[in-house]
Design a protein around this ligand. Sequence first.
Ligand SMILES: Cc1ncc(C[n+]2csc(CCOP(=O)(O)OP(=O)(O)O)c2C)c(N)n1
Ligand SMILES: CC(=O)[C@@H](O)[C@H](O)COP(=O)(O)O
Ligand SMILES: [Mg+2]
Length: 638
Amino acid sequence: MTQTTKKPILPTITSPRDLDGMSLPDLERLAGEIRDVLCNLVSARSAHFASNLGVVELCLALHQTFDFLHDRLIWDTGHQIYPHKLITGRYPQFSTIRTKGGLMGYPNPEESDYDLFVTGHAGSSVSTAVGLASGDRLLRDEENRWTVAVIGDGAFPSGVVYEALCNIRESGKRLLVVLNDNKMSICPRVGGMADYLDRLRMSGAYSGIKGEIVKTLQNIPMLGDPVERMLTQIKEAAKAGLHGGMLFEELGMRYVGPIDGHNVALVRKYLRMVRKTDGPVLLHVVTEKGHGFHPATQDPVLFHAPPQFSRCENGELQMKKSGGRAYTNAASEAIHVAMTASDKVTVLTAAMCQGNKLERVRDDFPDRFFDTGICEAHAVAFAAGQAKVGMRPIVDIYSTFLQRSFDHIFQEVALQNLPVTFMLDRGGLSGPDGATHHGVFDLGYLRLFPHMTVMAPGDEHDLASMLPFALQHNGPCAIRYPKAAAVTVAGERAPIEHGTAEVLRRGPDGLILCGGALLPDCLAAAEQLAGEGLELTVVNARFIKPLDTKTILPLVADSPFTVTVEEAALAGGFGSVVLEALADAGQTAPVRRLGIGDHYVEHGEREELLADLGLDTAGIAQACREQSQACAPGQGVS
Ligand SMILES: Cc1ncc(C[n+]2csc(CCOP(=O)(O)OP(=O)(O)O)c2C)c(N)n1
Ligand SMILES: CC(=O)[C@@H](O)[C@H](O)COP(=O)(O)O
Ligand SMILES: [Mg+2]
C-alpha cells in the first residue's frame, strides 16, 4: 500500500497527543500505515476490516481536534475501533487482537482510558453520550468538555437512537454526533432512514437551487385560517424536503454536512468549527467502506469481516476456506425448505442476512423476506403482527442480538401465544467477538415466559427436524444452536415430539443430560469412559422447555450421579431446569452442572474457550470421573 522508505510514523505514536501539530502530509502517511497494519492483520486472522479502513481519517481528525482523556468518545458498536486502538498506545499489542488473552476487537476500558464502555451491540452510543454529557453537567465538570458519539449509517436506524435524539436538546450541550455514512450496514443498508441519508448526500449539490426555492416559499402570504394552516403545512413539507438535515434541526440539533470523511484536513476543519458552537451538533460525514483497499470497496459485504486472506504472487487474493458446513447453513437450508413448502412462512432478519446466510432465501422469496435493519425489537413486534393475521414468521437472529427484544418477546409474542419461531444463531460462545456477542443467556431469558417452547438441537438432524415441528406448533418456539460446524450423530433417531427427550446410550454407572449441541462431546466422553469401565447413559434433552420429566427424572433417580451439560449460562439454564424439576418432584440426587458460571467469558476461539470452561470432551469426561468417585458407595454424597 504505502510505497515509502521513510521511517514509519505509527510505531512512534504512543498517544494521540503525538498527533498534535503533525503536518497534513504526515497525517496522510500515517493513515496509509494504519491501513497497512489492518491489511497485515487480516492476513493472520479474520477480523473487522472494511469498517476500520473507512474511518482512518475520521479517527485521526477526531484525536487531533479533541483530547479524549478529557473529552469523551464513544464509537458506536465498536467494531471500527482498530485505528483508535492503534493510536492510543496499543500498537505494540495490536497483532494479538481478537485472540485469547489479547486485545479485544471492541472498546475495552481495561485496555485504555481512551475506551469508555465495552460495546459490541449497535445503537447505544447516542444515549450513552447524552448521559455522559448530562452527568458531566450535573457534576459541573463540563468545562469545555465535549462528548462525541461516532455512529454508522447501519446503526443509525436503531430505535434507541431516536429515543436519544428526542432527548438530546435538554442534555446535549457540547455534544457531537458524527454520522459515519458509508452507505452500508454489513449488507447494503435498508429502510426509510437510508433513503433520507441518500437525499442528504444529494442535497449539497443542489444547495444553490434549494436556497432560492426556500426563499420563495418563505414569501408565500398566509391567508384566512384553514387555508393558512394548509399553506403552512405545504411550506413546511416543502422545506423539509429541500433543507438538508431538517429532521435533525427539528429535533434541536444543528445539522452540518455532508462532508468528505477521507479528507482529513476538511474533517478537522469542520470539527474545529463544531467546537466553537455549543451543540448539540450532528456532523454528517461521508466515507467509503473499505477505503484504500480496492477489493474491499468492491465487495464491502465480504470484507466486513472477511476470512483470513493473503495475496498471491499474481496479485489475486486467496481467502482461507471456511471450516465446512455450519449450523447456520443447516438453519438457512431448513428455512428455505419451509418457505418452499408453505407460502405462509416468512423470514425476518435484523440486518444479519449475510451472517445468517439468508442470501438464497432473500433471492428466492423476496416477498417473504424482511430485513428490518438493526432494529431487533421492531423485528419481533413485526413478526407478532404477521403471526396474528395467520402468517408463520421465523425471526432468524443471533442469540445475543435478540436480547434487544426481550419485552416484545414477552408482550407481543408470548403473552398472546402467537406462533413466532425464533431461530437463534450463535447460541453459545461466539468466539473472537467475545463477551458482547456470546449468546449464553438465551435459555434463561426465553424459558421465563409461559407459552414459550425452547429447543436446543443436539445435532444437525435435530435442527432440521425442529423447524417444521415449530412451524406447525401453535405457540412461540425458539431453536438455539451454536456458531460451530454442524455435526450429525450416527444411529437411528427418534422423531421430534413436544417436550420429549431422546436416550442415545444406556449404562448403569451415571447419567449425562445434554441440553444442546455439545451432544457429540457428551457421547465422546461416554465412549471414552466406557473404555475405562464406566458405562453411562446419555440423554439428548432436545427440549429445555418443557423438560421431558417423564424420561429424565426416573433416569436421574436410578443413576449414581448426573452431569448436566450446556453451552449457556448456568443461571436459569438447562441444569437449573433439571434441578427445578427435581425439587418440584421432591426428588434429591447428586447433580453437577457444567456450563458457564456467573462471569463473562472473554474472546478467543470457541474450542479453546470451551476447553477452559471444561465443556469439551475431556472436561465432560473428567467431571463424570470425579462425580463417579465422589458418589461411589461410602463416599457420602447423596
Ligand atoms: C444490536 C446489534 N445488531 C446487529 C449487530 C451486528 N452488526 C455489527 S456491525 C453491523 C453493521 C453496522 O453498520 P454501520 O453502523 O453503518 O457500520 P459500518 O460497518 O458500515 O462502519 C451490524 C449489523 C450488532 N453489532 N448489534
Ligand atoms: C460487529 C458485529 O457485531 C458483527 O460484525 C459480528 O462480529 C458478526 O459476527 P459473526 O462473525 O459471528 O457473524
Ligand atoms: Mg455503515
